[in-house]
Design a protein around this ligand. Structure first.
Ligand SMILES: Cc1cc2nc3c(=O)[nH]c(=O)nc-3n(C[C@H](O)[C@H](O)[C@H](O)COP(=O)(O)O)c2cc1C
Length: 390
């Protein structure tokens, strides 16, 4: 039997692919249209280099930082991802790992576990919302997040409901009734250890979104929640200013790539933004957030915390993003691969791999603190950076 410990995120992904039914695995691969943005998210990290020193290297490295007033042991935040039914404990397992490593956790409003169950682990929850439903429903969700002790709200804006991938989208049922279970049986039976983990848990993969239901309401299915979101008129800047004013604490806007949008996000009073293209799931051909990062940092970085997400797979990637001005990165697929491969321990494993990668990169480039990293610490090819908007 393979060792449970994996030494890279790439290995976690290979194990996840072996363990998960193909439709579940490809739901995590996601991406839109031709997958240009998801590829560029990874390619951009490959294009940046380092110039290591060989002596006078720092004996100790300080990885700590702060984001939105929260102390982080390293510049990493768990990015919200929906319906983590890749593992019976889903978001609760991720939350336990986040607590064990002292990392805040973004919790999707499309999560398969309730914010109350996730908060009960002691995690620092950053509750993620879409502009979905009526204002009263949104106020109710904010109020629920506050009662559950959420430390911040993440509002995700980079989703344009694009359909279709050149490699095909997996069939995912709305509910797991008998008919759908029979249809999915061959896939499940081909992945006995995944199936066995569900049998042992005594539950079925849940496709419900408990954080989208008001008290006493039936929990909507993922597609029910998605339908509500699709039917909601897209938000204006005034709508977003209203939402920001309805939440007293830290407020992060996720999905900004353009400098003009970044200025508006700052002006509406956000505490932070994440430069992101939703992991390559927004308009295909949006460049990697890593290319757009420096320009955004230049216009708003001294006033609000600028984060980045998309394509982070190793500690060196974190160092590259922080060198270009991100206060921290948010990780998505990296921890999902860990969760699928080995539950809570797999997510901890991913966080440990990233931590040791940050540390060894900093040793090599002679950086004593993540807070001192600068653009001079990376080697960027000509024309690497993109300034989106004006
Ligand atoms: C399977 C999947 C589900 C996601 N669900 C959400 C979500 O519910 N809310 C959200 O704000 N972002 C969601 N995202 C985007 C992530 O938060 C993050 O922006 C992205 O995964 C970062 O790219 P990476 O996966 O390359 O790290 C999702 C991404 C994936 C891959």
């Amino acid at each position: 039997m393979a060792q449970a410990w994996f030494e890279t995120v790439a290995e976690a992904q290979r194990r996840a692919q072996k363990r998960l039914p193909s439709s579940v695995y490809s739901a995590l691969i996601a991406g839109s249209e031709k997958g240009r943005s998801s590829s560029d998210n990874l390619d951009a990290f490959d294009e940046l280099g380092f110039a290591p020193h060989v002596a006078n290297l720092p004996r100790n490295r300080d990885l700590t930082t702060t984001v939105m007033g929260l102390n982080l042991p390293m510049p990493i935040v768990i990015s919200p991802t929906g319906v983590q039914a890749v593992h019976p404990d889903g978001e609760v397992a991720v939350a336990r790992a986040a607590v064990a490593r002292g990392i805040p956790m973004g919790l999707s409003s499309f999560a398969s576990k309730s914010i109350e169950d996730v908060s009960a682990t002691g995690a620092s929850v950053l509750f993620q919302m879409y502009w979905s439903g009526t204002r009263d429903q949104m106020l109710e969700r904010l109020d629920r997040a506050k009662r559950a002790g959420a430390k911040a709200i993440i509002v995700t804006l980079d989703w344009s409901f694009s359909n279709g991938r050149d490699w095909g989208s997996p069939w995912i049922p709305d509910k797991l009734g008998l008919k759908n279970m029979i249809k999915l049986a061959p896939q499940g039976l081909s992945r006995p250890s995944w199936l066995w983990s569900w049998v042992k848990s005594g539950a079925l993969p849940t496709l419900g979104t408990p954080n989208m239901a008001a008290a006493g309401e039936t929990v909507p299915t993922f597609f029910g929640a998605y339908y509500e979101w699709m039917q909601t008129p897209l938000p204006t800047w005034e709508d977003l200013a209203w939402l920001r004013s309805a939440w007293e604490g830290p407020f992060l806007v996720k999905g900004v790539c353009r400098v003009d949008d970044a200025k508006r996000v700052r002006d509406l009073g956000a505490t932070a933004l994440s430069v992101s293209n939703h992991g390559g799931n927004n308009v295909d051909s949006t460049p990697s957030p890593l290319r757009a990062l420096a320009a955004v940092v230049d216009v708003v970085g001294s006033e609000i915390d600028v984060l980045l997400d998309g394509g982070v797979r190793r500690g060196g990637d974190v160092v590259k993003a922080v060198s270009l001005g991100a206060k921290a990165v948010m990780i998505g697929r990296a921890y999902l691969w860990g969760l699928a491969a080995n539950g809570q321990a797999g997510v901890e494993n991913v966080l440990d791999v990233l931590r040791s990668g940050i540390d060894s990169t900093m040793t090599g480039i002679g950086a004593a603190s993540v807070r001192e990293l600068s653009r001079a610490d990376v080697v960027a090819p000509k024309d690497f950076h993109r300034c989106l908007g004006a």
